[in-house]
Structures are given as structure tokens and as C-alpha cells.
Design a protein around this ligand. Structure first.
Ligand code: SF4
Ligand code: SF4
Length: 257
């Protein structure tokens, strides 16, 4: 999580490059005086799988979740919009409760990584990221605890590999080198399709099965069977399809010109 409040004016990002084998000491638990103090005034970017997990947990549609809990932000670097989790009026995460995170098992990827940051080297298309760095907020007592981790162990404990696997094609899209070319600028229609396929799996399913989509694209029967019921498969399908829309990299070619 990235601190955006006025905490002591100190940059919490330590200038240290970590690898998967780097070690750090950390433990977060209810007994610490700082408990819950990090879940406010923060910037939480949402990945597509974050939206899927949270909307499923809340028992609402992806469109409802996005409307109720998020806002859109445009990042010039990627030329594609993202969703950020809205904080409440008093600056808290809407999911923080008396006992801590009320959606803990389905918390966003950014919250899973904390207190480790993920760095992606310019020009690379992600395979689990390139390097890591510690984020040491001055108020966070977790670093004073005894429990030692390697970054690899931390990722494993936080279920990060699964998130990376499901988000992989989406990360390939938002980090695609072609988006940095001056002459590549996704038009309004491509951006709309990107938002739909990236974050709104319920509406994307309607788009696939209730429009002429399957008449236009060559999708095999096994894939159609998987995406009909399974949200994760539908999300991964959508991201592969978006690579065709945005970059002409078609996994499912058009049947007609
Ligand atoms: S130890 Fe750090 S991460 Fe855990 S509650 Fe305290 S401030 Fe937050
Ligand atoms: S989603 Fe959970 S872990 Fe993440 S900021 Fe909100 S309360 Fe904290």
C-alpha cells in the first residue's frame, strides 16, 4: 500500500533492491499498538482478480462493486485507466472493521504485498515482477517482530502467485511496451472494451453470450464451456481477447473480416 497521507513527511520506501531470497523480519498482529493504523489514507490499485474476489465475497455484481467502492484514475504512462479503492469520508478503507480487515481472505493484491513493494523494470513484460523493496512506514511496528521471511516465503503465504497467474495477461497488457510508443493511443472504444474485459466480468459474460461475439470470433467449444460458468476462466479469456483488440495479438481470431 502506498501512503498518501501526511505521515511525518518521510518516504517509507527504502532504497533497497530485494530478490526472492532476500530476508526481512515482520509480523502483523492484533496485539501491536499500530494495529489497523495502516488501512487509511492509502492508494489501493485494484487488479482484475481483486475485483473478482471482492465482488464474489460481497455477493454483488462486478458493476455494483465498481460503482459502490471504486473510482477511475487515468495513468498517463499506461494510457489505460485503472480502478482505485475509495476511502471513506474519514479517510479509512471501507473494509476496515473492529477486528481488522473484514475481507481479509480476499484482500487486494497491494495489501497482500505490504510491507513489500514490487518493482517492474522499464521495458519488461511481467513474469512475477523484477525486483522488490521494503516499505517501512514509521508507525508500523511489524518490523520489530522476530518472525523472519524471505520474499519468496512472503509471496507464498500471501497467495500472491495465484494472483499473478490469473492477472498475467492483464499485466502484459498494461505494461506492454507498445503503449509507450508515441503513435499508440487506444481510442475510446478500445478503452471501453478494456474496462469491460478487465474489471467487469459479469457484463463481459453477457457481452460474449448475448451478442454476436461467438459468431465473430473463433472460440473452441472447450473454452466456451469453461467460460460459461467460471468467472476466473472468463476473466483470463477476456484478457487474452483484449490483447487482440489493443495490440492485434489474437488468441481467438475473427472469423470474418
Ligand atoms: S504491523 Fe504494520 S501492517 Fe500490521 S497493522 Fe501495524 S502498521 Fe499495519
Ligand atoms: S482491503 Fe483490508 S487490508 Fe486492504 S486497506 Fe482495506 S482493510 Fe486494509
Amino acid at each position: 500500500m502506498e501512503e498518501t497521507g501526511g505521515q511525518a513527511g518521510r518516504n517509507p520506501i527504502e532504497p533497497v533492491k530485494m530478490t526472492l531470497e532476500s530476508k526481512f523480519r515482520f509480523s502483523c498482529n492484533k496485539g501491536l499498538e499500530c494495529f489497523k493504523s495502516c488501512c487509511g489514507k492509502i492508494t489501493v490499485f485494484l487488479t482484475p482478480y481483486d475485483v473478482l474476489r471482492i465482488k464474489t465475497r460481497l455477493g454483488i455484481s462486478s458493476a455494483e462493486f465498481l460503482a459502490l467502492y471504486t473510482r477511475i484514475v487515468d495513468l498517463k504512462k499506461t494510457k489505460l485507466p485503472f480502478f482505485l479503492l475509495n476511502m471513506t469520508e474519514d479517510g479509512k478503507c471501507p473494509f476496515i472493521g473492529e477486528e481488522g480487515c473484514s475481507i481479509y481472505a480476499d484482500r487486494p493484491l497491494v495489501c497482500r504485498y505490504y510491507p513489500i513493494g514490487l518493482g517492474v523494470l522499464k521495458g519488461s513484460e511481467v513474469e512475477g515482477g523484477d525486483f522488490y523493496f521494503p516499505i517501512k512506514e514509521p508507525f508500523c511496528k511489524g518490523f520489530d517482530e522476530e518472525r523472519e521471511w524471505t520474499v519468496h516465503q512472503w509471496r507464498e503465504a500471501q497467495e500472491i502467485d495465484r494472483y499473478d497467474f490469473i492477472n498475467k495477461d492483464w499485466f502484459d497488457i498494461v505494461l506492454n511496451k507498445k503503449l509507450r510508443a508515441a503513435d499508440v493511443d487506444p481510442d475510446e472504444k478500445s478503452q471501453r472494451l478494456y474496462m469491460l474485459g478487465s474489471f467487469d466480468v459479469d457484463s463481459f459474460r453477457s457481452f460474449v453470450f448475448e451478442s454476436r461475439f461467438l459468431e465473430l470470433y473463433d472460440v473452441d467449444d472447450a473454452t466456451i464451456g469453461m467460460i460459461r460458468e467460471d468467472d476466473v476462466e472468463m476473466l483470463r479469456f477476456a484478457h487474452k481477447w483484449l490483447k487482440g483488440v489493443l495490440f492485434g495479438e489474437y488468441t481467438y481470431p475473427r472469423k470474418v473480416a
